[in-house]
Design a protein. Structure first.
Length: 425
């Protein structure tokens, strides 16, 4: 059988003006040597009738002459005349699984006869595996897949839209050839559709009934997530374009599915994730308030110290030990202020890193921004407050140092003037 198919393939590859339609191949064959004449005579004699029916109206079999012929391929489930015939079979046959290494689509072999590495069949196989996977996971009615979530979406598989399927296959093949080795998944649609199909077909068999029951729950949630994302992306698309829109945008769909499913596995559905956002925003606000509260009692002593410094300007009776104590205290408060300023800065870094660390989905970013805005305002306000406190403390310390300087210079004169018996001239 394989030898006969090779002979048919030889006839097709060497023909001119070849056209493929359904199960039929038509073309023009030129006799270049005696073996060519023998080949055509074998076709006419019916040697290939089990796999192909050959007809021609020409009877001039001579070297350098040509004949026009028609070749009808017999449906043997492992050979097809055209892409049209193969695609219809793959999408309409309920028993279709995948193409074997022995399958031949003569149009594919003819199109890529100079470079068989670029054949479209493996890419088409990946596409049909994915479509049939959707048929298995959801409801298949006639020639359309019905995906259910909170609502439903009908996706006709369009088995006769051969050209559009071939365009999708070429797009996938092109992405595989141009993707960078360092990022073999991103942009490589062939890899993505293969992983998506495997993910949907994940095996849930397990000897432990409890584990199997848990996996079944995950499978239900997984299919629901896929259905909801597919419905959202296709609900506004015309029915006849839905399957092709899904295939063209499969990368973004796959990434959305993985992201949403990851939230589910972490027990962070949107409602619970909202609670997490609210909880953390409240914690951040509480931390911001604690930073100022911890400094508040120390700051309250600053007005007293300023009053004492002012009094010291007009009386030399203020003990220098008191002023020294005030200076030391002010340095301690200065250190505490700088420490709390660092805590504010660190809190701001934690807030900025919360989104990246917890992988907040885009749909919840607006909620996070609204929840965290009061905290950011509080941090800015506290930062301004700490700056003011910092300036006041510096003022107190400078005045303390100024007191000691003036006290050393002025005190002998003040003592002389205040003496009850000043020396005579």
């Amino acid at each position: 059988m394989n030898q006969l198919r090779e002979q048919v393939l030889t006839l097709v590859k060497r023909s001119q003006n070849v056209k493929f339609s359904g199960k039929r191949v038509t073309g023009c064959f030129i006799f270049e040597k005696q073996e060519d004449i023998t080949l055509i005579q074998a076709f006419e004699a019916g040697h290939f009738v089990d796999i192909a029916k050959f007809t021609t109206k020409d009877d001039c079999y001579e070297i350098d002459e040509n004949i026009s012929y028609s070749l009808t391929i017999v449906d043997t489930a492992d050979q097809y005349a055209s892409y049209e015939s193969y695609i219809e079979h793959a999408l309409e046959d309920e028993s279709y699984d995948a193409i074997s290494d022995e399958i031949i689509v003569y149009e594919d072999k003819y199109d890529f006869r100079d470079n068989s590495d670029n054949t479209l069949l493996p890419t088409l196989e990946l596409i049909f595996k994915f479509i049939n996977c959707l048929k298995e996971q959801y409801y298949c009615k006639g020639k359309q897949i019905v995906v259910f979530a909170q609502t439903h979406c009908e996706i006709p598989v369009m088995p006769r839209e051969t050209k559009r399927y071939l365009d999708i296959a070429r797009l996938y093949l092109s992405s595989a050839n141009t993707s960078k080795p360092s990022s073999s998944e991103s942009g490589n649609l062939c890899t993505i559709i293969e992983k998506f199909t495997s993910w949907l077909n994940a095996d849930i068999n397990n000897v432990d009934d409890e584990v199997k029951k848990s996996l079944l729950v995950h499978e239900t949630e997984r299919n629901t997530i896929v259905a909801s994302i597919v419905i959202d992306s296709l609900v506004s698309v015309d029915k006849e374009n839905r399957i092709f829109s899904l295939l063209q945008n499969l990368e973004s769909t796959y990434q959305s599915v993985l992201s949403k499913y990851a939230l589910y596995l972490d027990n962070f559905k949107f409602s619970k994730f909202n609670d997490k956002i609210t909880e953390h925003s409240e914690k951040f606000l509480e931390k911001a308030n604690d930073i100022i509260t911890n400094l508040q009692t120390q700051i309250l002593a600053i007005p007293v110290t300023i009053a004492l410094i002012s009094m010291a300007k007009f009386s030399a009776k203020i003990n220098s030990l008191v002023i020294g104590s005030i200076c030391v205290y002010s340095v301690m408060v200065l250190y505490a202020t700088l420490q709390q300023g660092y805590n504010l800065w660190h809190l701001r870094c934690q807030i900025n890193g919360f989104v990246a660390e917890n992988k907040i989905p885009d749909a919840l970013l607006n909620k996070w921004k609204s929840e965290i805005t009061p905290v950011k305002v509080k941090i800015i306000t506290h930062a301004g407050y700490l700056f003011l406190v910092f300036a006041l403390i510096i003022f107190v310390i400078v005045n303390c140092l100024d007191y000691f300087y003036n006290w050393e210079m002025v005190t002998p004169l003040e003592q002389l003037l205040s003496s009850p018996n000043p020396p005579s001239k």
